[in-house]
Design a binder for this molecule. Structure first.
Ligand code: ACM
Length: 261
């Protein structure tokens, strides 16, 4: 299957431009799956819920409709971060959508820094989305620092971890190599680039989006600044084999009775 990431710089508060850019960059993408960054339709650095309100969408609202349209147009599955509103609550959410319109929503479990003041901690639980015979594990940005996220998704059957990110620290890309090896899965980290200024803060996002294989090889990587769609061909079925040697199974050999957690 041909899988990729879209790395770009969303403009804070400028949904129309962001959707236009996504639509343009995915034109004729010839992929089976593309992962997009966290909060990629709205930007990231909100100061208040009032600022978030006009950029938010329900799980059956205009943002899922937009991604459904692109998934149908390009005959590809998409995984993308968006600002979800449910009742009076905001969630840092991620949508999986396939060309038939089947969708799964994951709500970010581990909120980072000031996100804690604006979003509710995700209550969806970890999610697996099926596409053809591939199992896609959904995770958002800071989930990476908790190895339990990737492990849980992998034990749930994920072949590919689809990781939408707005990374500001430089460690994640290296950690995802380890997540690949320790869970024998592919990972796709789609990070954003650019500098976002809001109020008195400026955030520089670190790019370097990447795809890793179950051996921890980096199959593709963007640089720190480019806006780019990169895709590679993978055989996702190789992630289903969890034997590390003929006598060692990654999950069955765990000795849970000795673990503190
Ligand atoms: C992050 O979770 N956006 C760092």
């Amino acid at each position: 299957m041909r899988v990729g990431f879209l790395q770009f710089s969303p403009e804070l508060f400028h949904e129309k431009q962001n959707l236009e850019k996504i639509s343009k960059m995915l034109n004729n993408c010839s992929t089976d799956l593309v992962v997009l960054p966290e909060l990629c339709t709205s930007g990231y650095s909100f100061n208040s819920k009032n600022e978030m309100e006009p950029l938010s969408s329900t799980a059956d609202g205009r943002i899922p409709d937009f991604f459904k349209h692109i998934a149908e147009r390009e005959d590809t599955a998409l995984v993308a971060g968006f600002l979800e509103k449910d009742g009076n609550q905001f969630y840092n959410s991620q949508i999986f959508i396939d060309p038939s319109g089947t969708q799964t929503i994951y709500r970010k479990i581990h909120l980072f820094l000031n996100e804690k003041d604006l979003f509710e901690a995700g209550n969806s639980g970890f999610k697996i989305a099926k596409y053809n015979d591939a199992s896609l594990g959904l995770m958002v940005c800071f989930d990476w620092i908790f190895p339990e996220s990737a492990r849980t998704l992998s034990v749930m059957g994920a072949d590919i971890l689809c990781h939408s990110a707005n990374l500001v620290l430089p460690f994640c890309q290296k950690a995802m190599i380890t997540r690949s090896i320790e869970n024998h899965v592919y990972t796709i980290t789609s990070n954003r680039v650019g500098i976002e200024r809001s109020g008195d803060q400026a955030l520089t996002f670190t790019g370097m989006s990447q795809i890793t294989d179950p051996q921890g090889n980096i199959l593709a990587q963007a640089n720190e600044v480019e806006e780019v769609l990169i895709a590679v061909d993978i055989d996702h079925t190789t992630a289903k084999n969890k034997m590390i040697t003929e006598k060692n199974h990654l999950f069955e050999d765990r000795r849970k009775e000795f673990y503190e957690v």
